[in-house]
Design a protein around this ligand. Structure first.
Ligand code: GUN
Ligand code: FE
Length: 425
């Protein structure tokens, strides 16, 4: 049995609105799992080694429910379009490059090295339509020590020849070949079924993917109700669906059989929200991308209040950065603008609530993840506040220090990272 103790100023979300804080607390870790946080080392753990980070903040690792690994290559550029033009002009041509093994390998090496150093401990990501490049990405993710789901993307319509699979049948066959090739190969890197979004996938393809999900019990990721033009297009493409969500649900691609993550959900009508709730669908809230592509402001308060699962996504490269610190801050800011400009009935998100989304909210997709309560995975970050000048007026509480860190900090400020009780750095 492996046991150790992390000592420092520990914070985690006890509930969506309440942070639990422990100044000079101890987090007990046994076999990669938290045994809880205590003010002193309990007698039964007196002999366990202590990793002493006194004076430093210790928080659960952050969870990214949605990003596009191949788009990391052009993050922070080409933000002058809305979604559909941005996909056609910029995103699809770059994603097509991942057909070349050398390009994919180099790009994914840079991406995975950066993600390893970031605040992210677990991530759910899109690759491209290419099987070989997807396997290279899975290999590189496995090497990081992070836990992830990686999806080979399915696209058989409405994209240029260079980024479109030959037919629904070819797409399904390639997906099955990919799943068979990676089965049992990785400990921490799992496959996820990935219809890009309704406009990219014919009914025949969706049906084939739904059959795979049912047969193999796999989770699903896709995009939902992100942008007005996209939503209108889906209405035309799928006139028999009650709403955009139903266009996935008809094919068993919206949760319940396996789990599903839907990115954005900025403009979901009432009945779509009810369907998400019934199916246990996870919403990946992606504020940076929603601003960059002028998509909208998701009603996250509503999702939280109605008991819809919700976590955060960076959505690189609609979002510019893999930093979930940035995403937490933007989730708060977007909710305030929404309250001011769109709907004064929905209170904004507090800092504690946005922190919950980035930890336990998204963590629930992975099981008992995103908290230090007993029984949760020991995924932890030790933060480095050295670059942030100390204000002179008073000694700050751990919560004030965490909030300030998130508003002022950056990716380089993670001093140490643990995933499942393993120290990565
Ligand atoms: N919808 C379909 N594909 C994409 C993508 O790559 N990024 C975003 N933000 N939305 C999408
Ligand atoms: Fe996306």
């Amino acid at each position: 049995m492996s046991r150790f103790i992390l000592k420092g100023d520990i914070l985690y979300s006890e509930t969506p609105s309440k942070l639990s804080t422990w100044k000079d607390g101890v987090l007990i870790v046994e076999d990669g799992v938290s045994k809880g946080v205590f003010p002193e080392v309990p007698a039964s753990f007196a002999n366990a080694p202590i990793h002493d980070y006194t004076g430093h903040l210790i928080i659960p690792g952050l969870i990214d429910l949605h990003l596009h690994a191949p788009q990391y290559a052009f993050r922070g550029m080409w933000m002058d379009e809305e979604l559909l033009d941005w996909l056609n002009k910029h995103t699809f041509p770059i994603e097509a490059r991942y057909k070349e093994a050398a390009f994919a390998e180099e790009a994914y090496k840079i991406f995975t090295q950066d993600l390893r150093r970031s605040a992210t401990t677990r991530a759910v990501m899109f690759s491209t339509i290419h099987k070989e490049a997807t396997i290279r990405l899975m290999e590189a993710m496995e090497e990081t020590g992070l836990v992830s789901y990686v999806g080979k993307v399915n696209m058989d319509r409405h994209s240029p020849d260079i980024l479109r699979e030959e037919s629904a049948q070819a797409s399904v066959q390639d997906t099955i070949a990919w799943l068979d090739e990676v089965a049992g190969r990785f400990q921490n890197t799992h496959p996820i079924i990935t219809p890009r979004f309704v406009p990219s996938c014919s009914d025949e393809l969706m049906e084939g993917l739904g059959a795979i999900v049912k047969e193999r019990g796999l989770p699903v990721q896709s995009h939902l109700s992100e942008n007005y033009s996209e939503i209108e297009w889906v209405k035309q493409l799928s006139p028999d669906s009650a709403n955009y969500g139903d266009a996935y649900d008809r094919f068993h691609l919206f949760g319940s059989e396996g789990k599903a993550i839907m990115a954005h959900c900025n403009h979901s009508p009432d009945e779509e929200v009810r369907l998400m709730k019934r199916r246990g669908t996870f919403v990946a809230h992606c504020p940076d991308s929603n601003a960059n592509l002028a998509s909208g402001i998701a009603p996250v308060r509503r999702y939280l209040d109605e008991g819809v699962h919700v976590g955060l996504g960076t959505d690189v490269a609609g979002g510019a950065t893999v930093s979930l610190f940035t995403t937490i801050r933007e989730a708060v800011q977007h909710s305030k603008l929404r309250w001011r400009l769109v709907d004064g009935e929905l209170p904004w998100l507090t800092f504690a609530e946005a922190f919950f989304l980035a930890t336990a909210g998204g963590g629930a997709f992975f099981g008992k993840v995103g908290s230090f309560a007993e029984g949760f995975a020991a995924d932890a970050l030790v933060l480095d506040e050295h670059g942030i000048p100390t204000p002179l007026m008073k000694e700050l509480t751990p919560q004030e220090r965490l909030e300030r860190f998130i508003y002022l900090g950056h990716e380089g400020s993670v001093l140490h990272k643990y995933v499942q009780g393993v120290k990565l750095f």
